[in-house]
Ligand binder design. Structure first.
Ligand SMILES: [Cu+2]
Length: 116
């Protein structure tokens, strides 16, 4: 076997290795123009209690408790209605503002959504 024949066998493996290296360390592809943010509902609390997003972003409230909750802005803006245990509800923001919200079942649950 000549050296050149050997090189032909090695080259594809090198190319694959290089490709994996580039793929693994390359920049993460740009996210979609709008972002999605998660608010967990866990232990009868919103987590995080304050979240700041850009208008057009989507918020997903994930109810991790074994009983229902709501995410309700009583001043207007949004109302999830009942989010059953283990379910989630998403809301796409449209306009800037500061929205205090609560759970209608548990008035001690208070949180704030800030839309910039
Ligand atoms: Cu609740």
């Amino acid at each position: 076997m000549s050296n050149s024949a050997c090189a032909f066998r090695v080259a594809p493996a090198l190319a694959i290795a290089l490709g994996l290296l580039l793929f693994g360390s390359g920049p993460v592809p740009a996210a979609a123009a709008t972002n999605t943010h998660t608010v967990n509902i866990d232990g009868t609390r919103f987590d995080p209690e304050t979240i700041t997003v850009k208008a057009g972003d989507t918020i997903v409230w994930v109810n991790k408790d074994p009983f229902p909750h709501t995410a309700t802005s009583q001043a207007g803006g949004f109302d999830s209605k009942e989010i059953p245990a283990g379910k989630s509800w998403r809301f796409k923001t449209t306009k800037a503002g500061v929205f205090a919200y609560t759970c209608t079942f548990h008035p001690t649950m208070k949180a704030t959504l800030k839309v910039e």
